[in-house]
Design a protein around this ligand. Structure first.
Ligand SMILES: Cc1cc2nc3c(=O)[nH]c(=O)nc-3n(C[C@H](O)[C@H](O)[C@H](O)COP(=O)(O)OP(=O)(O)OC[C@H]3O[C@@H](n4cnc5c(N)ncnc54)[C@H](O)[C@@H]3O)c2cc1C
Length: 467
């Protein structure tokens, strides 16, 4: 309880109504903890509402129902392999252990429809373990969490407030938070432990140039609120950071609309062409190389070209692609001529490209060095206009397996936690260490761990004398 009568007391103060912040609030409140969620915007859910938000989880009942065997150790091994062993092993295992209870909690406690993406194989997962939330992806996940939080008598969501600074006592323990209204009005303070769930820094050109120069030339079309607030807030508390150079980029951001194409179109055999209808790269190249090459094409765009076989397999593998991405961004035509007209692509160039590609598939060679094909492209055809972009950052505040933020000496800072984009993630270093579905997991799982730790510490603390 706060000693200062001007401070509003809370069992947990969450900065950011992101998916990780909302999950933490509900989990702590369900265990009797009064939780206040400070959110600078009017809407809840942060960047997740624009995304697929597929969640990687191992050993769920959804996998068992599909006859799949999986577990946290195997999942953690896949995370480490994808990151080229640039992720803290202890953290990878801690988050992998949280994943199955979390996904089942989302279904059972929050009423979220969860669908195992049983046909989504590869991409670094040794077994199908991506779980699609609801029928609208991140929007469904946000709606379920926001509903659970707003109906909870012990959760108070305060939109329109900006976290300004952490309050610490003489021993360095974080004891509260000072906030100010987003527009105008008097500031206010809250007393209690603080969870920073206020996102990464992909929207900040300056921070990306400083920490992830490799991705700095790529534009950003994502959630504008990812401006590095967690780094700013925790700096005064002497927090340590990790993997700040880790930035996920994509060559496949559908335009207009800025929806990321995460379905495995290229793995299934899609090609990339430019406005002249010409291929210009090995489509299976590393993300940063390909994203940069796409930006170098006329109009800074390219076209993912694929056929009905690929579209059908991708729809089956990825419900968000089937329900949202393809209907909103794709065009389909029986001939390359008609498809070309829809995007003003050079029809002759495109026809020649597809004929040549199909010939190369049969002969097994490729002028760009591509080794995996998938088969010749046959009518009807589909295309999606894409550009290269930076997408999200993975570096952030160093945390331990209790989600406590660490100081420069590697000691946990009492009273300070971080989750999601605010914290170090599971993306390793650089631009290529991402394992799909682990970013939503890092947000939700660190939020859950923080909430459980706050509850455990509160119940271990000596009872306050009656006043
Ligand atoms: C296009 C795209 C697709 C993605 N697809 C997937 C996917 O399929 N699977 C997956 O695992 N992940 C995916 N992700 C990542 C995923 O969206 C995030 O990891 C997840 O939403 C967690 O969000 P976050 O922690 O970064 O917080 P954010 O979503 O950035 O939310 C932070 C919140 O904090 C608030 N805030 C910030 N500063 C303050 C302050 N000072 N005071 C008060 N409030 C503040 C913001 O307004 C915001 O509401 C995708 C991301 C993008 C951009």
């Amino acid at each position: 309880m706060s000693a200062d009568p001007r401070q509003e007391p809370a069992g947990l103060i969450v900065v950011g109504a992101s998916v990780g912040g909302l999950a933490a609030a509900v989990i702590a409140a369900d265990r009797g903890c009064r939780t206040i969620v400070i959110e600078r915007g009017k809407e809840l859910g942060g960047g997740a509402s624009q995304d697929a938000e597929a969640i990687a989880a191992a050993g769920t009942r959804f996998q068992r129902d599909a006859g799949l065997e999986d577990g946290p150790e195997r999942f953690a091994a896949d995370i480490l392999a994808a990151s080229r062993h640039h992720v803290e092993q202890e953290l990878a295992l801690a988050l992998a252990e949280q994943a199955a209870p979390l996904v089942e909690w989302l279904a059972d406690r929050c009423g979220l429809g969860v669908e195992l993406m049983a046909a989504f194989t590869g991409a670094g997962h040794s077994v199908p373990r991506l779980h699609a939330p609801g029928d609208q992806g991140g929007a469904s996940l946000v709606a379920a969490l926001a509903r659970a939080a707003s109906r909870h008598t012990r959760v108070s969501v305060r939109p329109g407030l900006v976290a300004e600074r952490l309050i610490r006592d003489g021993a360095g323990t974080v004891t509260g938070l000072a906030v100010r209204p987003e527009r105008r009005g008097a500031g206010q303070t809250f007393a209690g432990p603080v969870l920073l769930a206020c996102g990464g820094f992909a929207a900040s050109d300056a921070l990306v140039a400083e920490h992830c120069p490799a991705a700095a030339s790529l534009p950003y079309f994502g959630w504008p609120g990812s401006v590095g607030e967690a780094l700013r807030l925790a700096a005064e508390a002497g927090a340590q950071t990790r993997h700040l150079d880790a930035c996920l980029v994509t060559p496949f951001l559908a335009m207009p609309g800025a929806l990321a194409v995460t379905a495995p179109l290229v793995e299934l055999g899609a090609i990339l062409v430019n406005q002249a209808g010409r291929r210009f790269a090995d489509e299976t190249a590393e993300r940063l190389v390909l994203a940069t090459l796409v930006r170098e094409q006329p109009g800074h765009v390219a076209y993912l070209l694929f056929d009905e076989r690929i579209a059908t397999a991708a729809r089956t593998a990825d419900p968000f692609f089937a329900r949202i991405v393809l209907p909103r961004t794709g065009r389909r035509a029986m001939t390359l001529e008609v498809l070309s007209k829809q995007f003003e692509i050079d029809a002759e160039g495109l026809t020649l490209t597809v004929d040549t590609f199909n010939g190369n598939v049969e002969l097994g060679g490729d002028p760009f060095g591509r080794e995996r094909f998938g088969g010749p492209l046959e009518p009807p055809f589909h295309a999606i206009r894409v550009t290269g972009a930076r997408w999200r950052t993975f570096g952030g505040l160093a945390v331990d397996r209790t989600a406590h933020v660490l100081d420069a000496a590697g000691r946990p800072i009492p009273g300070l936690y971080a989750a999601g984009g605010a914290a170090e993630g599971l993306g390793g270093d650089g631009t290529e260490g991402w394992l799909p579905g682990t970013d939503a997991l890092a947000a939700l799982a660190l939020g859950r761990i923080a909430a459980l730790d706050v509850v455990a510490q509160a119940s271990a603390a000596p009872a306050e004398p009656a006043s």
